[in-house]
Design a binder for this molecule. Structure first.
Ligand code: HAM
Length: 417
């Protein structure tokens, strides 16, 4: 019997895992400075958590959710994203009673039954943030700055920051009507999905990737022209503030996002180096969602970064930065093995990665070859003579130098003070 991972899911192994850890570390540090605290949310939720919030007529809810019935017959869904669960949690624990804003972050896997392709998985990981309780654009600016700092902090360059506003419940229906009017005579040009969307959710036509739909929607009305006074003031102020801080962005009037809960500010970070799945991170405001979950009216904003896509972009930059063992201990004979283990322990205590030889019967040559393949920098060699003399031989695998050092001087030799 041969097993392999399911289609669209993958194992994350060394050395790639070091990129993941690096991103997580940079993210944690940056979030801390901006006052975001970690929350750990369940991977499974009641299906209702997602249906209305993400939108009944979105691709995610219509086609992509991993939904099953548990043994008690409840409908359960493996989270396709983190915002709806975060809002569920915020309302369930009455976190709106705490001082505003409440700012959270989470790491973890999300599940969407999409067609797997480069950069698109069925289990993928996000780093997400959600901030509750502030409607002013200063929070939008801060969130955008934080995302920019994070991506720069991990070494990501050449990304585009795309920005839009998609209005609110007041102005969106007006925009929707103008879209319906514009598409009225083009319905037959659209793919079957978009023909359906025309009646269920015309905004979704704007992010359909099918070629004929992209063509048919050329010249369609843009949402910014339909913003109500309040949404327009909000967007103008956001742009003014981003400009004042010299943040680079590009206005993208067709950026409507694939989830229905957004209001006003929406943004997406894209890279040209990723192929068809360009979005590295995306987010926006969702000022009505807390209320829809039964909480008090609470504005909110957040974003999520796609880990697989960021790591794909960082792979080249990181190629020579993976941690390697500093020291390999080669031992010859049973007694030397114990001595080697003791030396290894003292070096580890000083904070170095040490790999011992696990087979004292292996030849010195094969042990040195193994140390070299592992990428170790220094090998200490312990044989019978060394046991007697209290000195050990060393070899620097980087430059070929070698010599002898007193056992008690090993840490000093390694540069440990
Ligand atoms: P999203 O745009 O659906 O937004 O996903 C955010 C990011 O997750 C995408 O930009 C992409 O990098 C990554 N991603 C999405 N689907 C996949 C996939 N199938 N395979 C690999 N990566 C993927 C959200 O999920 C919102 N909850 C973001 C948010 C938080 N908005 C407000 N707060």
């Amino acid at each position: 019997m041969k097993y392999s991972a399911l289609k669209g899911v993958q194992d994350i192994l060394p050395p790639d895992i070091y990129i993941w850890q690096k991103i997580e570390k940079v993210a944690r540090d940056i979030f801390h400075f901006y006052g975001f605290q970690e929350i750990r949310l369940p991977i499974i939720e009641s299906t209702d958590v997602f249906i209305r919030s993400i939108g009944e007529t979105t691709d995610i809810v219509e086609k992509e959710m991993y939904t099953f019935f548990d043994k008690a017959g409840r409908s359960i869904t493996m989270r396709p994203e983190g915002t709806a669960p975060a809002v569920r949690c915020y309302v369930e624990h009455h976190l709106y009673n705490l001082p505003s804003p409440q700012k959270f972050y989470y790491f973890g896997p999300m599940f969407r039954y999409e067609r797997p392709q480069r950069g698109r998985f069925r289990q993928f990981y996000q780093i997400g943030v959600e901030a509750f309780g502030v409607s002013q654009t200063l929070l939008d600016v801060e969130i955008i700055l934080m995302l920019r700092n994070l991506l720069e902090g991990v070494g990501l360059k050449e990304v585009n920051f795309e920005l839009n506003s998609i209005g609110c419940q007041k102005c969106r229906p007006v925009y929707k009507n103008s879209l319906l009017k514009f598409f009225e005579n083009k319905i037959s040009d659209f793919c079957p999905d978009c023909q359906r969307r025309y009646n269920t959710n015309p905004l979704r036509i704007l992010d359909c990737k099918v070629e004929r739909c992209v063509e048919a929607r050329q010249g369609s009305p843009v949402v910014i022209d339909y913003l109500c006074e309040e949404c327009k003031t909000h967007f103008d102020e956001l742009i003014f503030r981003l400009n004042a801080l010299k943040v680079t962005y590009k206005l993208n009037p067709s950026l409507v996002r694939g989830l229905d809960y957004y209001t006003r500010t929406t943004f997406e970070v894209t890279s040209e180096h990723l192929g068809a799945q360009k979005a590295v991170a995306a987010g926006g405001r969702y000022d009505n969602l807390v209320e829809e979950f039964g909480g008090p009216k609470t504005p909110a904003i957040g974003f999520a970064i796609g880990m697989e896509r960021v790591t794909a972009l960082l792979k080249e930059i990181w190629a020579d930065k993976y941690p390697l063992p500093r020291v390999f201990i080669a031992t010859l004979g049973k007694e030397a093995e114990i001595e080697g283990l003791q030396i290894a322990e003292s070096i580890r205590e000083a904070g170095f990665w040490v790999e011992p030889n696990y087979n004292g019967e292996a030849s010195l040559k094969s042990q040195l070859r193994k140390a070299d393949r592992m990428g170790a920098e220094i090998v200490f060699i312990i044989g019978e003579n060394e046991l007697m003399s209290g000195r050990v031989q060393w070899k620097n695998l980087m430059n070929g130098e070698h010599g002898e050092v007193d056992k008690k001087d090993i840490l000093r030799f390694l540069g440990y003070k």
